[in-house]
Design a protein around this ligand. Structure first.
Ligand code: FAD
Length: 312
């Protein structure tokens, strides 16, 4: 069940059932290593099969999945190539299982820190797999030093696939208002987020109110100028309400995307109300630093974890 800590027994029973159903056990040789309670509210296991199991549970509530294999900033080619292959296999498995889900990839995970050519080659291979299996590929946006190369890569594949890829844009970056004018004419989807990276004040809004105002301005522009392909990547009830108002005003289609473990009741409610809703689902062995980030960014998460550890 989405949003609730899953007991060890029922978690692995379900995974075993899934293996049997889709016949992918042999490929993964899944270990019985488990992500501890609380962390597994935010991360869907270490293996692709457990992540697909989580997507299946989300789908039952009408929520689609966006799978992200945890990993970033590889300085050597082998791990970048290995994660690229993992995404290619995952896309094939998403298609084989028939779940409603796609993938989201970080540029530095597939080789950007090694070289732009490595990133481009690996992204092309993932996009090709997406096209082959009819699965959408999102490109996450990292810090401002990567914006240009990421935009260029998106543009190439948006045109080459006629809209089979999506790009994340960050409201905290002052340049984004101009960037989305370029993106408005391209096929594909754009995910609007507030921005997760601590950027220099010369190029970024630092004040929360300024970021919120920029986010609203971007949404208004997108609903007015885009034909479709708007993704609201936010947990903020005010922004989600604003998107609904803009949809009512302009009629433009949109979807809402939120992270696994965050406001999952709201995710289910939105889906029940007929809003296209996606859950961004991280998985993989590198879960500890991701979980730590989720705890640090919100006092309530840390208290929740503490309560669980001292006895619930
Ligand atoms: C699907 C998705 C993909 C993303 N991809 C990227 C990316 O590629 N690049 C990037 O830089 N950033 C990305 N982000 C992160 C994003 O930039 C923000 O850092 C993050 O979403 C926090 O901003 P917010 O809009 O959710 O709201 P915030 O401004 O953090 O919070 C506003 C309000 O939302 C509600 N809220 C927020 N968090 C919680 C919570 N944990 N529990 C309950 N209520 C909460 C509260 O009411 C809060 O007052 C992504 C986020 C999502 C959801």
């Amino acid at each position: 069940m989405v949003g609730r800590p899953v007991s060890a027994v029922c978690f692995w029973t379900n995974v075993s059932e899934l293996y049997g159903r889709v016949g992918i056990e042999a490929r993964y040789h899944t270990s019985r290593r488990m992500i501890p309670p609380i962390a597994n509210d935010f991360v869907a296991g270490e293996e692709p099969a457990t992540a697909i199991e989580h997507v299946t549970a989300c789908n039952r509530d009408g929520v689609a999945g966006i799978l992200n294999l945890l990993g970033e900033h590889y300085s050597q080619r082998p791990p970048a190539d290995a994660d690229t292959q993992a995404y290619i296999d995952l896309i094939a498995d998403l298609a084989e299982t028939g779940v409603a889900g796609c993938v989201s990839v970080k540029p530095s995970q597939i080789g950007l820190d090694v070289g732009v050519d490595v990133f481009e080659e690996n992204l092309a291979a993932i996009v090709e797999a997406g096209q082959q299996h009819g699965r959408f590929v999102w490109i996450d946006m990292e810090d401002h030093t990567t914006t240009d190369v990421t935009l260029d890569a998106f543009e190439k594949h948006a045109l080459g696939t006629d809209g089979g890829v999506g790009l994340c844009t960050q409201a905290n970056l002052k340049r984004t208002r101009e960037d989305i004018e370029r993106l408005a004419d391209l096929p594909g989807k754009i995910r609007f987020v507030k921005g997760a990276y601590d950027e220099p004040a010369e190029i970024a809004h630092k004040d929360k109110a300024a970021v919120d105002a920029a986010y609203r301005e971007l949404l208004e522009y997108a609903f007015r100028e885009f034909d479709d392909g708007i993704a609201v990547g936010s947990h903020d009830p005010a922004m989600i309400e604003y998107a609904a108002d803009l949809h009512a005003e302009y009629g433009t289609d949109y979807e809402v995307q939120m992270l696994m473990g965050v406001r999952e009741d709201a995710q289910r409610d939105l889906a029940a109300d007929g809003v296209a809703t996606y859950q961004y689902i991280p998985y993989g062995g590198k879960w500890l630093s991701y979980f730590y980030r989720r705890l640090r960014e919100r006092k309530e998460n840390a208290l929740f974890a503490l309560r669980a550890i001292v006895g619930r």
